[in-house]
Design a protein around this ligand. Structure first.
Ligand SMILES: Cc1cc2nc3c(=O)[nH]c(=O)nc-3n(C[C@H](O)[C@H](O)[C@H](O)COP(=O)(O)OP(=O)(O)OC[C@H]3O[C@@H](n4cnc5c(N)ncnc54)[C@H](O)[C@@H]3O)c2cc1C
Length: 482
């Protein structure tokens, strides 16, 4: 047998790659992370994209799933410099009449603000929030017999609905609009099954963990994970693009923090023809067009709730958002796209020079689109914040091709590592009870193309490492999630 330099290699230093690496290193293995770029972090990098002194989150910005991650909760990330900031309002949703709906940390305050939908909101959200600690391991892991089957079954009844059905429980534009904005995070038409699941998880996360931003930028999450991993003896090498298995030093197991398309390109000749065919059928979803701005002042939102919120869902009524998402899924570029916007510098002074501000936004576009959406996005923001454009000092944009060029995991601009619809919710990347295993012993996949999917929570990496420890080393996982 060839001499191994390290016990395990992780390809890619995104949050899932680093989480897998930590889990393996904690089990006593020697682990090497190979990262293509000169900096670590994948979807959790921050940089001065516009002007000196303006720190922008290149990808992820808002982190309820990181704070709520059963894995991250067990890691000493605060000791490694990670600090979260909670804006007064988790997420706001403006309307044309100058008012806005608001998701607040308090379930009762949020329900109270929804008028005649108060009871319907409480009836829907209160059981999920109450049972979440028991639900989390089942919702944030692979398909298996649930630890809390009754709680999961009652959550599943609502979660498997399309948002178009769930919205019928609400009458007010506020509750309906909030639901649309949450469901649109699924990056698919709101008539798809599972769009309610994404909406319910994100809304419940707001009541459980708020919607925080990391002090200093999302890079702080990557830095804390990497710092902890290195404190355990783990090694990271940057500038190491893996093009084939020959680029990986001798080792017992390899975990790829990559999506099926890249796994096929790098290790296709090592995989069975059946597994290769299954990966070739893996589906990617809509892409994103992203903008970061350096601003001369805060965004002049008309509604006060928007000025206090870290995240703003811009798109108007439920019907307007549902239409925009449907049109985008049909390959069009709607005049009034749905926009996710974050204004980190309002709550974190380290993001911009004194008196200046940053803003972060993206809208969904057809996969592979190269259409410039700057005008459409800025017009939508101006609709709810007249005078916004006058505050722009500089902007940085990325279309889907540039997104994929920046991080090869964003195939056609898909930021979730593949569409999270009913066909790929638990069975990503292929239909099997152990989706982290490939057809080849020693080769595993640990990216957001595995359950539970996109978002910065590290749970894909944790579960993949767990399987790799069992299959490759006969070792139990060292970190037990409650
Ligand atoms: C614009 C945008 C906004 C987002 N907003 C949020 C948000 O607010 N909150 C949230 O929770 N999530 C958000 N996300 C999603 C989140 O960033 C991802 O789901 C998450 O980063 C996935 O983590 P990962 O570890 O699976 O992969 P990635 O983070 O994609 O990491 C993969 C790593 O592998 C490296 N790599 C790729 N190919 C190779 C190769 N051949 N050799 C070596 N290294 C390689 C890449 O450089 C990268 O560092 C957003 C994403 C984007 C793009």
């Amino acid at each position: 047998m060839a001499k191994t330099e390290v016990d395990a290699v992780v390809v890619g230093s995104g949050p899932n790659g680093l989480s897998a690496a930590i889990t393996l290193q904690r089990a006593g293995l020697s682990v090497l992370v190979l990262e293509a770029k000169e900096t670590i972090g994948g979807g959790t990098r921050s940089a001065e994209l516009t002007l000196p002194g303006f720190v922008h989150d290149i990808c992820s910005a808002i982190h309820p799933m990181a704070v709520g991650s059963p894995l991250f909760q067990q890691l000493p990330l605060a000791e490694h410099g990670l600090e979260f900031i909670n804006p007064p309002v988790a997420a706001a949703h403006p309307f044309d009449d100058g008012t806005a709906a608001a998701l607040r940390y308090s379930l009762t305050e949020t329900a109270q603000s929804l008028g005649e939908d108060r009871e319907a909101y409480l009836k829907l959200m209160e059981p999920i929030v109450r049972h979440w600690p028991g639900l989390a391991p089942d919702v944030l892991g692979p398909l298996r017999f649930p630890k809390h089957p009754i709680d999961l079954a009652s959550f599943g009844l609502d979660a498997l609905l399309p948002a178009t059905q769930l919205v019928k429980r609400f009458k007010t534009k506020e509750a309906r609009g909030l639901l649309a904005g949450m469901a649109a995070h699924s990056i698919q038409p709101l008539s798809n099954l599972t769009t309610a699941a994404i909406a319910l998880v994100l809304t419940a996360a707001g009541h459980l963990y708020n919607w925080p931003i990391p002090k200093g930028g999302s890079q702080a999450i990557a830095n804390a994970l990497a710092s902890y991993f290195q404190s355990l003896g783990g090694r990271i090498e940057t500038g190491r693009l893996v093009r084939s298995m020959k680029d990986i030093p001798p080792t017992r197991v390899v975990l790829f923090d990559l999506t099926p398309k890249q796994l096929l390109a790098i290790a296709g000749d090592r995989l069975s023809s059946l597994y290769r065919r299954q990966l070739e059928h893996y589906r990617y979803g809509m892409g994103v067009f992203k903008i970061d701005w350096a601003l001369d002042g805060p965004i002049p939102f008309t509604a006060p709730e928007c000025r206090q919120a870290g995240t703003i869902h811009i798109g108007g009524t439920y019907e307007q958002i549902a239409q925009a998402e449907q049109e985008t899924s049909d390959g069009k570029h709607p005049d009034r796209p749905f926009i996710l916007l974050a204004q980190q510098s309002q709550f974190d002074a380290s993001r911009a020079p004194a008196g200046k501000h940053t803003a972060w936004a993206y809208c969904h576009v057809p996969n592979g689109s190269t259409v410039d959406r700057t005008e459409a996005i800025e017009k939508q923001i101006e609709r709810f914040a007249p005078g916004f454009r006058d505050r722009i000092l500089a902007r940085h944009t990325m279309n889907t091709v540039q997104m994929e060029g920046y991080n090869p995991n964003y195939i056609g601009g898909d930021i979730n590592g593949g569409i999270i619809d009913i066909g790929q919710l638990y069975t990503r990347p292929v239909i099997t009870l152990s989706p982290y295993k490939t057809s080849t012993p020693g080769i595993f996949i640990c990216s957001s193309s595995t359950p539970p999917g996109g978002g910065v929570h590290g749970m894909c990496g944790y579960h993949a490492a767990r399987v790799a420890l069992r299959e490759g080393f006969g070792k139990p996982v060292p970190i037990h999630l409650t």
